[in-house]
Design a protein around this ligand. Structure first.
Ligand code: ADP
Ligand code: MG
Length: 334
C-alpha cells in the first residue's frame, strides 16, 4: 500500500463543517463570528509516551484524547484536527484499528480530520486540534485569585498506578517488591489500565465552566506540576488537602494500610500524570455553579484546596497539619 492509498483508505472522510478537508495543499476552516480559534498540538512518541506494542485502537483514541483534553482545559469546543504520522510500515492490520479508535472519539466530539502528513519512520503521532470558544471566554491559566477554591474532575492516580505495575511486570519485578506499591485485583488493574490507555477528555465540563472557573489546566504531567503552572501564571500560591486527594484514586478505595503505602498512593495522585482530568479554580461564591456544571456535564468534581495570596504550594492533612512535599511532576528533560 502506497502513501496516498493509505491516506485515502484510512484518513479521508467527509468533512461537512470544514470548507475543505483532506486532499489539497491546505484544509480550509471558516471561523464563526464572535469566536476565537483555540489551537493545540500534542505529540506521542513510541516507547516514551506508549509501549510500541500497545493496542492500536487504544492508541488512536489516546492520541486524539490528549489533544481534546487541551481544548477542554480552555473551555473550547472541538472543531477539527490534523494528523502527522510517522509509521515504521504501512500495515493495514495496525492502521485499521488505530484509525477506528481515533475516528470514533472524533465523531463523538464532532471533530473532523481535515489533513495531516504521512511519512515512514519510527512510530510517532502528532495531532493538532482546532476548537472554538466565544471571544473573551477562554479558560486561561492566569486567572486564579486568592480565596478561590481548587477543584479537580474525575479521579487521579489510576493511570500512573497502572503504568507502575506495567513497567514492573515488563522488568520482571515482583508486584510486592519495594518500594511499596498498591496491589490491585485483576478488575482494578483493568480499570486503571483503561484510565492509562483510554483517557476521557473532559470537554463537556470545560465548556460548562465558561464564566465560572477563573483558571484551568488539564492534568497531563501530574496535579502538582499542572496546578503549579496555574499558580505561576496567576502569581498566587495554594494549600492542598492530601486527605481529600487520597480519595481521588478510584482503582483502590480502601485507605492505605501503612504510611509507606499512603505516601505511594499520594505520589500517584499528586504527581503521577496521564490523568487528563481538569484542575480549575473558582471563587467560593460560584460553588453552586460549579456543582451545576459538574452535573450538567456528568463529570464529578472534588474541591481539594484553596488559592492563597502567599506564593508556593503547601500540602496539609484534613486537620491542617503540614505534610512533607517531596513529590515531583513529570519533566522530559529533568
Ligand atoms: P503535501 O505534499 O502538500 O504536504 P501530502 O502529499 O503530504 O501533501 O498530503 C496529501 C493530502 O493528504 C493533504 O491534504 C494532507 O493534508 C493529507 N494527509 C496526509 N497525511 C494525512 C494523515 N495522516 N491524515 C489525514 N490527512 C493526511
Ligand atoms: Mg506532506
Amino acid at each position: 500500500m502506497g502513501e496516498f492509498d493509505l491516506i485515502k483508505r484510512f484518513f479521508t472522510r467527509p468533512t461537512p463543517r470544514a470548507v475543505l478537508g483532506v486532499g489539497d495543499d491546505c484544509a480550509l476552516l471558516q471561523p464563526r463570528p464572535g469566536m476565537h480559534q483555540a489551537i493545540s498540538t500534542d505529540m506521542l512518541v513510541s516507547d516514551r509516551h506508549f509501549f510500541a506494542d500497545v493496542d492500536p485502537r487504544s492508541l488512536g483514541h489516546k492520541a486524539l484524547a490528549v489533544n481534546l483534553s487541551d481544548l477542554a482545559a480552555c473551555g473550547a469546543t472541538p472543531v477539527a484536527f490534523t494528523l502527522a504520522l510517522a509509521l515504521p510500515n504501512a500495515d493495514p492490520a495496525w492502521l485499521e484499528p488505530f484509525a477506528q479508535g481515533m475516528l470514533a472519539l472524533a465523531d463523538a466530539h464532532g471533530c473532523e480530520l481535515i489533513g495531516g502528513d504521512t511519512t515512514q519512520g519510527p512510530l510517532n503521532i502528532c495531532i493538532t486540534v482546532f476548537g472554538e470558544v466565544p471571544q473573551g471566554q477562554a479558560l486561561l491559566r492566569s486567572g486564579a485569585r486568592a480565596g478561590d477554591a481548587i477543584y479537580v474532575s474525575g479521579t487521579l492516580g489510576d493511570a500512573n498506578l497502572a503504568l507502575t505495575h506495567l513497567l514492573r511486570a515488563r522488568a520482571g519485578v515482583e508486584a510486592s517488591a519495594p518500594p511499596a506499591t498498591m496491589e490491585l485485583s485483576a478488575d482494578a488493574m483493568a480499570f486503571a489500565r483503561d484510565r492509562l490507555e483510554q483517557p476521557t477528555p473532559r470537554v463537556a465540563l470545560g465548556t460548562a465552566l465558561r464564566g465560572i472557573a477563573t483558571a484551568a489546566a488539564d492534568i497531563s504531567d501530574g496535579l502538582l506540576g499542572d496546578l503549579g503552572h496555574i499558580l505561576e501564571r496567576s502569581g498566587v500560591g495554594a494549600t492542598l488537602d492530601t486527605d481529600r486527594a487520597l480519595t481521588l484514586l478510584a482503582s483502590h478505595r480502601n485507605a492505605p494500610s501503612n504510611e509507606a503505602l499512603r505516601r505511594s498512593v499520594l505520589r500517584h495522585v499528586l504527581s503521577g500524570g496521564d490523568d487528563y482530568e481538569l484542575v480549575f479554580t473558582a471563587p467560593t461564591s460560584k460553588a453552586e455553579a460549579v456543582q451545576t456544571a459538574a452535573l450538567a456535564s456528568q463529570t464529578p468534581v472534588t474541591c481539594i484546596g484553596q488559592i492563597d495570596a502567599e506564593p508556593g504550594l503547601r500540602l496539609v492533612d484534613q486537620s491542617g497539619r503540614p505534610v512533607a512535599n517531596d513529590f515531583q511532576s513529570f519533566d522530559h528533560f529533568a
